[in-house]
Design a protein around this ligand. Structure first.
Ligand code: 6PG
Length: 243
């Protein structure tokens, strides 16, 4: 496994700035079209707010952006749990991003399996090759080691062909739409944004290659970057923290 790059920020506010600068300068951003898949959850909220703020908004080449989603909950777009809803509120509605560049997963669909197939087609249609060459997938890591909506013990972990699936998550008693391992592996880069001491142990396990945790397989991407605050990095040995 190629060793992921680990960058540690002193606190959560600095982590949001680090992540915003990473997104702005990631290779591909300046080459015409930038296809990024974004995640939900609490951690990236300050990043999204920052990208929409006066200081950053003008530095982003919005006309090049295609925004996809790493995953979505099975709720309508105006539901408080909707990843699209959160992103729309914090970033998309504030950015000069043409609506046809925002590719929402239809979490409200009765038939989530078809919604996943539609999304896979939309993703493939926006990429020139048959592979889902997303330039960047921004991921989080749950306390239990899930990433996107790839949870331990779920069927979705075994998916080898499809890029987008409806994955039933027994512990949540709910379906989620999610990119799969093949979609993550085919993307140019993956970046994990993780904050807080409560995530220190799971981050340590993922970087130690613990195969029990879904995030570990995603982190095996040859261009994986971990953007951490000091708390999330606190269980890592010196070899990871560059000290
Ligand atoms: C989601 C996700 C999920 C998230 C992790 C971490 O929709 O919930 O995309 O994979 O990234 O659960 O979430 P936190 O940032 O809230 O810890």
């Amino acid at each position: 496994m190629t060793k992921p790059t680990v960058v540690v920020a002193p606190d959560e506010a600095a982590l949001a700035r680090l992540a915003a600068d990473y997104v702005l300068h990631v290779p591909g951003q300046r080459e015409g079209t930038f296809r990024v898949a974004l995640s939900g959850g609490r951690t990236p909220r300050s990043l999204y707010e920052l990208l929409a703020s006066d200081g950053y908004r003008s530095a982003v080449r919005w006309t090049d952006w295609h925004v996809f989603f790493a995953d979505e909950r099975a709720v309508p777009a105006d539901h408080p749990d909707s990843n699209f809803g959160m992103l729309d509120e914090l970033l998309l509605s504030r950015a000069p991003l043409p609506p046809d560049r925002v590719h929402r997963m239809r979490g409200e669909a009765e038939d989530l399996a078809s919604a996943a197939e539609d999304y896979e087609r939309e993703l493939a249609g926006s990429c020139s090759a048959r592979t889902p060459s997303l330039d960047l997938v921004l991921l989080g890591i749950g306390d239990d080691g899930h990433t996107a909506s790839l949870f331990s013990g779920t069927e979705g972990l075994r998916e080898e062909e499809r890029w987008v699936i409806a994955n039933y998550v027994p512990k949540l008693g709910a379906h989620r739409l999610t990119l799969t391992y093949p979609a993550l592996a085919a993307s140019r880069r993956v970046a994990f944004l993780v904050a807080g001491e409560g995530k220190a142990e799971v981050v340590r396990r993922v970087l130690a290659g613990d195969g029990e945790l879904p995030a570990t397989k995603a982190a095996a991407h040859p261009r994986a970057t971990f953007l951490l605050d000091r708390g999330a990095a606190s269980a890592l040995g010196a070899e990871w923290r560059g000290v």
